[in-house]
Write a protein that binds this ligand. Structure first.
Ligand SMILES: Cc1cc2nc3c(=O)[nH]c(=O)nc-3n(C[C@H](O)[C@H](O)[C@H](O)COP(=O)(O)O)c2cc1C
Length: 400
């Protein structure tokens, strides 16, 4: 079969791992997480569907590496909790079964710990730890991590990566972007330290490289490590794309994929998750610029859902891999449809943020254009509506 999108559909081998195409599934927030930190069966089914849909890698979202200082996104691996590793193993198995590489994101929220904590009663009693003493915009006091605490968190990244590998994951994504802890160290906006972790860009990068070295030590030389970073922070007080290029160069020796996202969750949410008011692929230029300066594969993300556009990104060498989050909520089978030349059947994401709103409000997955989301375990039977209503469907609406 002659492929309409040959570059997008072509495999990529990184180290000893071959990914079946260039379309990877991005981390998409934990729902169905128990208070003991275990991932639930609904989430496992959700990730499995991304693999059935043809994505080449499926990233399980935000494994919290250091529960003592980070209550956020309560998913964590703890070998002392019976169940903890088995839940992770079942999830990795379910992803692998359909041909995708199971990956897991290692995260620490730093001074924004507790943002999505499962047990809301614990949220208020938490201490917030970041690179520097500060008071957050919402009045919450943040305390600077001590050297001993930094060392302990660095070790915990390695420990979590080792457990993830033991559980069956075949890649890890270290989250260094979006305003969470590693990004807080990288950023002049958050980091005012005067020791070896602050000041120059090299010093601000030290925590990231220590984390990556700790992860490498735990997983060995052939296990792919991906670093998710913001290409630039998009606010005057933050770091620029020129700084982003330098950061990528500094972390490159320790990683296998450089994943370039954008901005911070707290200040530029509509660019980190490009809204419908931004062009598709608004952040691709950051990956393209970083790719000029590094030799490791580079991934891009942000408002991507059109196969012709994605094909052009890969064919023109702007990036080696395209990641999608919301496009795969709208249509988990997008990658398979691309590979099978059925792109006219793709259901496209509207970028309406229903997914985000529901996650915060009810911790469920919902999507305006995908009525089956959240029902991955329940089958695809569609029952007649209880009440008949007239519905107007607008397609290809262009507002000028
Ligand atoms: C519902 C939802 C949950 C998300 N959760 C995470 C997360 O846990 N970790 C993370 O690094 N990014 C998370 N993101 C960000 C995505 O991985 C991605 O970077 C962002 O949505 C932009 O990509 P997109 O335009 O393809 O959606 C989330 C996005 C959405 C929509």
């Amino acid at each position: 079969m002659e492929r309409k999108y040959p570059h997008l559909s072509s495999p990529i081998t990184i180290g000893r791992t071959t990914f079946r195409n260039r379309m990877f599934s991005a981390p998409m927030g934990g729902t169905d997480i128990a208070n003991d930190g275990c991932i639930g069966p609904k989430s496992t089914a959700f990730y499995e569907l991304r693999s059935r849909g043809g994505a080449a890698a499926v990233t399980v979202s935000e494994l919290m590496v250091h529960p003592a200082t980070d209550g956020s996104h309560a998913y964590h691996l703890d070998e002392s909790i019976l169940n903890s590793l088995s839940c992770a193993t079942y999830t990795a198995d379910a992803i692998r079964r359909h041909g995708a590489i199971p990956s897991i994101e290692l995260s620490h929220s730093g001074m924004y710990a507790g943002t999505y904590m499962t047990d809301k009663t614990k949220q208020k009693s938490m201490h917030q730890w970041g690179p520097s003493d500060t008071v957050r915009q919402d009045g919450v006091q943040v305390r600077a991590l001590t050297k001993e605490m930094i060392d302990d968190i660095v070790k915990s990244y390695g420990h979590a990566a080792g457990l993830a590998k033991r559980a069956g994951f075949e890649m890890v994504m270290v989250h260094g972007g979006h305003g969470w802890l590693i990004n807080q160290f990288l950023s002049p906006m958050f980091n005012n330290r005067t020791d070896e972790y602050g000041g120059s860009l090299e010093n601000r990068c030290r925590f990231a490289t220590e984390v990556l070295k700790s992860v490498r030590e735990a997983v060995g030389p052939f296990f792919p490590i991906e670093f998710r970073m913001s290409g630039e922070e998009l606010v005057p007080e933050g770091y620029s794309l020129a700084d982003g290029v330098e950061i990528a160069k500094m972390i490159e020796p320790y990683v296998d994929i450089i994943h370039v996202s954008a901005g911070t969750y707290q200040r530029t949410f509509g660019r980190t998750h490009p809204s419908m008011f931004t062009p598709h692929g608004v952040n691709v230029y950051m990956a393209a610029e970083i790719k000029k300066h590094v030799s490791k594969p580079v991934a891009t993300i942000g408002g991507l859902n059109d196969p012709a556009f994605l094909e052009e990104i890969i064919a023109s060498g702007k990036a080696d891999i395209v990641y999608m989050a919301r496009a795969l909520l709208a249509d988990p089978f997008l990658p398979r449809k691309v590979v099978e030349n059925r792109d006219d059947e793709i259901v496209k994401c509207l970028r309406c943020f229903t997914c985000m709103a529901e996650r915060a409000a009810t911790s469920t997955r919902r999507c305006t254009v995908n009525p089956l989301i959240g029902r991955e375990m329940d089958g695809v039977e569609v029952l007649p509506a209880r009440e008949k209503k007239k519905v107007l469907i607008l397609r290809n609406l262009i507002v000028t």
